[in-house]
Ligand binder design. Structure first.
Ligand code: SF4
Ligand code: SF4
Length: 95
């Protein structure tokens, strides 16, 4: 069976992180919206998910990079990457 690898992805990025919503996987269930502790995810005004209903949009200015949305998504439709410079700094601070 051929596995599809190239997902259509909506990427947002700032100095600290890369936030991907894989549109071909997102089923618009709203779990990430419900569980985000700072309410920074909403449905996107234009992007559509797997079933033609709205995909999601995260406000990276508010996001605290907790990773909850990535963990809670039942379809692995969110990928978060914390940029290394920042991660290193946090590691030093946490020592
Ligand atoms: S939890 Fe996953 S599938 Fe559900 S709306 Fe969020 S990104 Fe889409
Ligand atoms: S990483 Fe945390 S704060 Fe950021 S969008 Fe996901 S759940 Fe919300």
């Amino acid at each position: 069976m051929k596995v599809k690898k190239d997902f259509k992805t909506y990427r947002k990025e700032n100095k600290e992180m890369i936030y991907d919503n894989h549109l071909d996987l997102c089923k618009s269930c709203g779990l990430c919206i419900e569980f985000c502790p700072v309410n920074c995810i909403k449905y996107h005004e234009k992007n559509l998910g797997r079933f033609g209903s709205p995909a999601i949009d995260a406000d990276l200015d508010i996001c605290i990079k907790c990773g909850m949305c990535e963990r809670i998504c039942p379809d692995a439709a969110i990928s978060i990457e914390i940029k290394k410079a920042r991660a290193k700094k946090e590691k030093v601070v946490n020592k």
